[in-house]
Design a protein. Structure first.
Length: 424
């Protein structure tokens, strides 16, 4: 936005800030928050504090630095109010779990480490955050965030202390962080419609079990290498030879990769489904819904535990719904999703949910290139979470404006193509 457009929205922005920053106790702090949001929305290549302060007529770099990096205001109540407002307006069909990376130089920024960086498509020095987004085909918004702290950080207490990491924070896998975010949103009385995520989360049996234990429905991507039994295969009890412990129920054949099971289903089982209109026309491909019994060590251990232990378990692995995509012109299926929704769910509904992950690309394009999500130059835990909360607030304000039929939506701050690109 240019200065004239930002000034035109100051009254509306002021009301928005008074609402979502109501938990911030001091009026001068809320004023700094409003100033920071204007800086994020105002045109400019860099959205770090110094260039934003230079562009704003009331920009005070020292005051903004103190507000973001040192001020003790709690970002969680702010994000809670944003999530409540946006959930009521967006009315999401799915919640999308994803992680996003921030390339960094040096090793002082909190959580930075050499790890896979989606922004550059390889291992690099970066920070990684896990997020949950509410999404439909027409709108989306982040609801909650958490910075991923690699184990090498938690093993160095002095390093954590210098970055201001709370003593209660420990290393957790990204799937555990995602479950924690869902628990936070549940505590805010927000209910996930259907959880979707990429294969980085879908391949994790503990993550799927965590969703199941929370009573959440899901459609999660797989990579095709996971093993399973067909639904109609039943375990049998081998004859007892008279020596040793009693024989246990087991499947007579080894589980096979779901990619092989999908091919054996036959291409004639696949039907064409249209899931949305793209920029070049309708998005169409061929899909089939199968019922399988996921196997593998983690699935087996979970089934045995649920059945009362290895010696009491009846040997039957639970069934799950498998969605498979086999596009025209391909020699084999290309994409797979696992779901705890019943196999009788219309295939078009499963496909729509599985494919709705595309929507958060819009979020990241606006958050990164338009609002400076990855421009933060501070190094501390507090500063990072403050900055992310403020960027989320700016995106929420613009989303509410776009969805309000009474107002003309403001122009996007940037239309440059995103480096965060996936095809759905």
């Amino acid at each position: 936005m240019d200065k004239h457009e930002v000034n035109r929205l100051r009254a509306s922005l002021g009301l928005f800030v008074e609402d979502v920053f109501a938990s911030v106790p001091r009026k001068d702090q809320r004023a700094k928050g409003e100033c920071y949001l204007r800086g994020l929305m105002l045109d400019g290549r860099r959205k770090s504090i110094q260039p934003m302060a230079q562009r704003l007529p009331d920009g005070d770099m020292q005051a903004l630095q103190q507000f973001v990096n040192q001020s003790p205001w709690d970002p969680l109540p702010v994000r809670q109010r944003i999530a409540e407002r946006l959930s009521g307006v967006v009315r999401p069909e799915v919640w999308v779990i994803d992680d996003v990376s921030f390339p960094k130089c040096g090793n002082a920024s909190v959580g930075v480490a050499r790890q896979y960086c989606g922004a550059v498509g390889k291992r690099a020095n970066c920070q990684v955050a896990v997020s949950v987004h509410a999404a439909t085909d027409t709108a989306s918004c982040p609801l909650e965030w958490q910075l991923y702290l690699p184990r090498e950080w938690t093993e160095e207490s002095d390093r954590c202390r210098r970055a201001g990491v709370p003593g209660t924070v420990v290393h957790q896998e990204k799937w555990r962080l995602a479950l924690g975010l869902l628990d936070t949103l549940a505590a805010w009385q927000l209910k996930a419609p259907v959880v979707v995520a990429d294969a980085g989360y879908g391949v994790s049996t503990p993550f799927r079990l965590g969703l199941q234990e929370r009573g959440l429905s899901y459609v999660l991507a797989l990579n095709g290498k996971e093993v399973a039994h067909p639904e109609n295969v039943e375990p049998q009890q081998p004859a007892y030879g008279g020596l040793g412990p009693p024989t246990l129920m087991r499947y007579r054949t080894a589980p096979r990769a779901i990619s092989a099971l999908a091919v054996e289903t036959g291409v004639e089982r696949f039907s064409k489904v249209t899931w949305r209109q793209g920029s070049k026309g309708a998005m169409i491909s061929r899909f089939a819904v199968l019922t399988v019994r996921p196997a593998g060590k983690q699935s087996l251990a979970a089934a045995q535990e649920a059945g009362g232990g290895r010696n009491r378990w009846g040997g039957v692995l639970p069934v799950q719904t498998l969605l498979v995509e086999w596009p025209d012109g391909q020699d084999a299926p290309t994409d797979y999703w696992i779901s705890n929704l019943p196999a009788t769910t219309p295939v078009a509904d499963l496909v729509r949910r599985a494919k709705m992950r595309w929507r958060i690309e819009h979020d990241y394009r606006e958050l990164k290139h338009g609002l400076g999500l990855d421009h933060f130059e501070g190094r501390t835990w507090r500063g990072w979470h403050h900055h992310v909360t403020l960027v989320t607030a700016a995106q929420a304000f613009l989303t509410l404006r776009r969805l309000d039929p009474k107002v003309q939506p403001p122009a996007r701050a940037s239309t440059r193509p995103s480096t965060y690109s996936k095809t759905y």
